[in-house]
Design a protein around this ligand. Structure first.
Ligand code: C5P
Length: 292
């Protein structure tokens, strides 16, 4: 997340995330699932701008007309939550420029919400304690707290318990966003938690050693098979990435889908993979980087 004070307010760049590892540990009494995930923030950003509204009102405009701009939008929920928790009488007019596709497993809405907490905390001069921002984030969605702590972290609980993790060199990816979205709730509904969950240790060791080929082999997402059953057209996306062979170290679906990524050795390799994938017409193709 990049936060800047600009003329008339605050601007925040809200990154997308990828899950390099996502295992489900079990279903909880509250209906959520306990999970263990390695998440990385990448340089595909939504842009939010925040300007003071002296009337005290919270309002949102968005350049994507398919998105709600009322309390159904996580940006408005985050703004209301911070306003209520802080007791401030300040308001804000917020503009959201969307670049992260929805229902893609990239947590764009959650990142926008985290950026709203940070952007409004700056605009309103609140100096909210980081533990309080974490608490508010968790009330808005399972992935929101990650964006307060990225760019790399292990997420546990229902996703809201975030342990930042070191990264020693940038990771480069080719990203495909198919035109179909997948509902996170639908994927979790169809999931049968594993009897013996896979451990995250191999992935963490690969990261620590900077062993990218091994990192590629350790990529894992328990939700992928479920999403591919719900939306069979996604199988072709994974197959296309597999078809690039050893030019990628590995590939995976992110979160509950529908976006897929391939891990590349460097930026040139990611761009080369992107050129080859574009010709297949499976979705929007981009090169993205997680920069420590
Ligand atoms: O927390 P969030 O609103 O992002 O979650 C969306 C839906 O995904 C939840 O309603 C729930 O059905 C499911 N979910 C889950 N376990 C998690 C995270 C999400 O079952 N750890």
């Amino acid at each position: 997340m990049i936060v800047r004070t600009i003329e008339g307010g605050v601007e925040v760049l809200a990154p997308a995330k990828l899950n390099l590892f996502l295992e489900i540990l079990g279903k909880r009494a509250d209906g959520y699932h306990d999970l263990e995930s390695l998440m990385v923030a990448v340089d595909l950003h939504d842009t939010l701008t925040f300007a003071d509204d002296p009337t005290g009102a919270i309002s949102l405009t968005c350049d994507d007309s398919t998105l709600p701009t009322g309390p159904a939008n996580l940006v408005v929920r985050a703004a209301m939550a911070l306003k209520a928790a802080s007791g401030t009488d300040r308001g804000a007019s917020i503009h959201l420029h969307k670049a992260i596709p929805a229902q893609a497993g990239l947590a764009g809405g959650s990142s926008d919400a985290a950026s709203t907490l940070v952007g409004l905390d700056r605009l309103w001069g609140l100096g909210t304690a980081s533990g309080e921002l974490d608490r508010l984030a968790a009330t808005i969605g399972s992935d929101v707290a990650f964006f307060l702590r990225g760019p790399v972290a292990i997420c546990r609980g229902r996703g809201e318990l975030v342990e930042p993790w070191p990264l020693f060199e940038p990771l480069h990816f080719v990203l495909i966003c198919p035109p179909v979205g997948v509902s996170t709730a639908a994927v979790y509904r169809d999931l049968i938690p594993p009897v013996a969950p896979r451990g995250i240790g191999g992935m963490l060791e690969a990261l620590e050693l900077g062993d990218r080929p091994r990192l590629g082999r350790e990529l894992f997402n328990r939700l992928q098979a479920v999403a591919e059953r719900l939306e069979p057209s996604l199988g072709a996306v994974g197959a296309a990435l597999a078809g690039l062979g050893p030019s990628l170290d590995g590939h995976l679906m992110s979160g509950s889908g529908s976006a897929y990524f391939g891990l590349a050795g460097d930026r040139d390799a990611a761009e080369d993979a992107a050129r080859r994938l574009v010709t297949l017409g499976l979705g929007r193709v981009r090169v993205v980087t997680c920069d420590p």
